[in-house]
Design a protein around this ligand. Structure first.
Ligand SMILES: [Zn+2]
Length: 263
């Protein structure tokens, strides 16, 4: 039995040629119980608090009012938000099979008939559209692209919803200054996911907007501050006593596991 309660989804937003992230560890603690919405030019992302420290994301296409929900672990909250926003929920985007992400899929699929339930792992409840790297799908007029990022689980998928700006949902693969545990994979896979897949997304802004209650981050920031994305740097290599970046990745994860016993 794995304990994943410390991990949740994070949201990356692509704003004017830059990527920045809005994730649970960047939200003020007191905001967890309050829904928050992010407005894009072509979509809205409603951030729905779930469990004790997770978030679900309701992504709505402005043109068609069609919506997708990312990791709907609390289906009734999702239904409430769908009614409140007056949107048509058609799609579930599941990052991975862990209960705190996929645990609501079966109930939601019973409550909303005809849902397309996406994911990259047969262990995901109610799955009816298995996806893999590079697959694309539509939510109204929005284009969704799937990125296969195995390691935390062997079927983990990140989803990019393209638009102005785009949003990337990184599940339990990438956190602020960290990454998910390697439950079903190897350091080489997390290296690929962080450096070669997510790390290749457009980078970098430190710009903050006063009307946003969240602290912006960027892929560029992560390359500066996230040790798991700094595995090529000499001082990080030295810290771990390893020279190969994949070995550095493995050593960092072991080190972090040791010092976070409650996670
Ligand atoms: Zn997980």
């Amino acid at each position: 039995m794995v304990n994943t309660t410390a991990y949740t989804i994070e949201l990356w937003m692509h704003l004017g040629g830059t990527f920045r992230r809005i994730g649970h560890r960047l939200l003020p603690a007191e905001s967890h119980s309050n829904p928050l919405s992010i407005v894009h030019s072509n979509m809205k992302v409603h951030i729905l608090p779930a469990l004790s420290d997770n978030y679900m994301y309701l992504v709505v296409d402005d043109k068609t009012q069609e919506a997708a929900i990312v990791d709907p672990v609390e289906p009734k909250k999702v239904i409430d938000a769908v009614h409140k926003e007056g949107v048509k929920l058609t799609t579930v985007l599941t990052t991975h099979h862990h209960w705190d992400h996929a645990g609501g899929n079966v109930e939601l699929a019973e409550l909303v008939k005809g849902l397309t339930v996406c994911g990259g792992d047969d262990r995901i409840g109610a799955l009816n559209k298995k996806v893999t790297h590079g697959d694309g799908l539509k939510v109204g007029n929005l284009d969704v692209k799937c990125l296969f990022t195995p390691c935390h689980t062997r079927g983990h998928i990140c989803y990019i919803v393209s638009g102005q700006p785009s949003a990337v949902f990184t599940g339990d693969t990438l956190f602020v200054a960290g990454c998910g545990k390697f439950f079903e994979g190897y350091p080489s896979e997390m290296y690929k996911a962080l450096i070669e897949v997510l790390g290749k997304l457009p980078a970098d802004t430190n710009k903050r907007e006063a009307n946003e209650p969240t602290v912006p981050s960027s892929i560029g920031d992560e390359f500066k501050f996230n040790p798991f994305m700094r595995v090529h740097e000499e001082n990080v290599k030295k810290y771990t006593g390893k020279s190969d970046p994949v070995d550095v990745m493995g050593a960092l994860r072991q080190d972090k596991d040791k010092f976070k016993p409650k996670h």
